[in-house]
Design a protein around this ligand. Sequence first.
Ligand code: SIN
Length: 320
Amino acid sequence: MSKLSLAVDLAGFRLRNPTMNAAGVLGMSPALLKRVYDAGAGAVVTKSIGPVPRTGHPNPTLVQVSCGALNAMGLPNPGVDYFVDKIVKLKEMGVPTVASFFGGSVQEFAEVAYKLTKAGADALELNASCPNVAEELGMLAADAGNVEKVTAAVKAETNLPVFVKLSPNVTNIKSVAKAAEWGGADAITAVNTLLGIAIDVNFRRPVLTNTTGGLSGPAMKPVALRCVWEVSQAVEIPVIGCGGVTTWEDAVEYLLAGASAVEIGTAVMTRGVGVYGEIVEGLERYMAENGFSRVEEVVGLAHEAGRYTESSLDKCNIRV
Ligand code: SIN
């Protein structure tokens, strides 16, 4: 049997293992993102960067809820021109870097992508799905036509792999994923946060100033996993799973559902930065114990299992 390798290739972007942080977690400080890499992640993803500085929503912007967190930051960021130096710094430190970004128009998306490419990012993650900026920037998430247009405009400005991050808050995620693929996306990140709300019973009003926020963490994992399952059936390009990955078993579930890599976010809040190394170790053990030598061998396997039949129920010892 060939030697076990955790390395994966996402449209030419080679990662030492299939884990990354989810955009926004630990912000955009090169020192903090380097900690994520040193802790074992295969690459890091920056917080979403826009064309100009944005302050985002006033506090409170984050609240812990059962089995997860609800956030409505409103895409605060210092703007792409300020951020260029941070990418240079990450690259000097030897950290493979995916730059997450957004714009308020097709043109802005393309301009930011161009600047991030020039700055030396290894790949781009096009944020087509922030749930917290509906009025100004929310034109994308649910509109397949716009997703295709923006993706194509970005691809015209960069030779880097472009991952398009989709929203779970849509009726048919397959059609939005297909549109991104038609626009030239190199991979789909599935998914951003799930729209939710938390109410303070004493103040008798929503906790977040934005009223609604995006739910992340274990509570949303089954939804995100279903999105990965559906998207991987709809497109030919790789899928990056994101949503509630906390343990190595979660990561394996995502691979089995069709993801080629996973992003880990909220788990850092509960388990610390060591969660990356723990998940990578668990994944390696699982592969060794089950006779897999490459991550690709695991990707999508649950689809091949087919639906339960009487004999497969027997094999799993399930009695109906
Ligand atoms: C936010 O800044 O509100 C979160 C970013 C995102 O969910 O895309």
